[in-house]
Design a protein around this ligand. Structure first.
Ligand SMILES: CSC[C@H]1O[C@@H](n2cnc3c(O)ncnc32)[C@H](O)[C@@H]1O
Ligand SMILES: [Zn+2]
Length: 445
């Protein structure tokens, strides 16, 4: 090949191992990823890259696995400021007696800005490049994520009762429609609709959420079948399982993400399957609140798309998606009674391409394929706790934790370099976090 055929590009990443996610189960060795602007232009053997591309920057990662950035499909980012505040409680006691009173006291625009930044620092540090958020003041969370260059689905909240963001369903829906309008063409932010749960949103507002989704194309994310109490109470009060009620209201569609889905029976599986709705599995929150277990392998076997989320740091208590994958893989095997359930590669798909599918963005996110957006992470396997290496996918799920993530790029922009965040001033953030912690400890705002 002559110099004439050499193409200029921005960044070349030389990886010892590369897990592109598509084709499924692939592990490449000594490959290069080439980035031009915000997109991947090639994933090729390093010798071929030498002959084909000249880049302005080369990043050598000789002990690393390179893969698509992780997609954390469910959380309440600013709740990271409540981490460790109320532990060892079941969901409804935790919410009614601790979290909702604290939210009533402390939620403000500044709380959301600082808490969301704290969450983003942890997620970026542990390999997440896209996150989903459902919380108050979504316009602040969206701005903070956009300014940091982090990709995010931001769901505006919808509930029957007043909160610091609105007086009731009408106000949430009208502010939410404006929110979607403002952010719908942004390169980083995907505005979405967040009816909180079947037990906090009545039929009218739930149906309005569907109408808004149909009108704008914004997707819906809803907590669903989180606990046995939710299911039994719904049957007692309305004579229907929550999944059946939401199906009747038209909520279950390919544009809907159902978070949790524990306590499910065959009828629920059939409704999910027929509707094309997605499931977001949050195993650590489900374990910590003793909510129940989602039968992940069964759902996957039925062709239902299952993505993964951490839920908020107040019920997890971290936002490390690699840790979540390890828990998910372990628990899936016990739930299925089958050690082959949710293999390492399937778990990695759950945190990448399945998340992209739930977002309706699998054509440009979730795998390292030419033409897709350059959202990429690298994990350093040189530490003793990740040696020796026979199968890098195994290490990522069964031995790793997020702190081994060394590099990341979002939209081709570096976010993490040798473990240091490039776009968040951590020292300044820690001062603001300590200030909040002082106020929360003394319950003075
Ligand atoms: C509508 S804003 C989000 C709302 O949800 C609360 N929340 C946090 N974690 C959970 C969970 O696991 N199940 C149900 N609700 C949850 C959060 O505190 C906000 O009030
Ligand atoms: Zn949640």
């Amino acid at each position: 090949m002559t110099a004439d055929t050499i193409t200029a590009a921005d960044i070349r990443i030389n990886a010892r191992w590369l897990i592109p996610i598509e084709p499924a189960g692939t592990v490449l060795e000594n490959h290069a990823v080439i980035i031009q602007g915000s997109r991947l232009v090639a994933v090729i053997p390093q010798e071929q890259a030498d002959q084909t591309f000249r880049t302005r920057e080369t990043v050598d990662l000789p002990h690393h696995v390179v893969m698509p950035g992780l997609i954390n499909m469910h959380g309440h980012a600013a709740m990271t400021l409540f981490r460790g505040m109320a532990d060892d409680l079941p969901l409804m006691t935790w919410l009614n007696d601790h979290i909702w009173p604290a939210e009533g006291r402390f939620i403000s625009e500044q709380f959301i800005a600082d808490g969301t930044q704290l969450a983003m620092a942890e997620m970026l540090r542990t390999g997440t490049t896209t996150f989903s958020d459902m919380y108050f003041f979504p316009e602040i969370a969206a701005q903070v994520a956009h300014d940091a260059g982090m990709r995010a689905q931001i769901c505006f909240p919808l509930l029957d009762f007043p909160t610091p963001w609105g007086a009731g369903p009408d106000e949430y829906l009208s502010k939410g429609a404006d929110f979607i309008d403002t952010w719908k063409t942004d390169g980083y932010i995907m505005p979405a609709i967040g009816p909180h749960a079947p037990y906090t949103v009545s039929d009218g507002p739930m149906a309005e959420a569907v109408r808004l989704s149909e009108k704008t194309g914004a997707v819906i994310q809803v907590h669903l079948h989180e606990t046995a109490f939710e299911v039994t109470e719904a049957i007692e009060k309305g004579g229907q399982r929550p999944t059946a009620r939401l199906a009747d209201l038209g909520v279950l569609r390919p544009e809907t993400q159902c978070v949790h889905m524990t306590q499910i029976d065959e009828s629920d599986v059939n409704l999910l399957k027929q509707s094309g709705a997605h499931v977001i599995h949050c195993p650590e929150s489900n374990l910590k609140l003793a909510s129940g277990l989602c039968p992940v392998q069964d759902l996957l076997d039925n062709g239902i798309n299952v993505a993964i989320g951490t839920d908020g740091a107040a019920s997890n208590n971290d936002l490390d998606l690699f840790g979540e994958l390890r828990t998910a893989a372990m628990v899936a095997k016990v739930v299925a009674g089958d050690a082959s359930a949710l293999s390492a590669h399937k778990a990695l798909e759950m945190a990448t391409i399945n998340g992209a599918r739930a977002l309706g963005r699998d054509h440009e996110l979730g795998s390292l394929v030419e033409g897709k957006l350059a959202d990429i992470i690298a994990i350093d396997l040189s530490d003793p706790f990740l040696q020796p290496v026979y199968d890098p996918a195994s290490h990522l799920v069964y031995s790793n934790h997020g702190r081994s993530v060394s590099h990341s790029w979002i939209n081709g922009v570096p976010q993490l370099q040798d473990g240091r965040l490039t776009r968040i001033d951590v020292a300044d953030l820690m001062l603001r976090v300590e200030d909040w912690a002082g106020r929360i400890r003394t319950k003075a705002n």
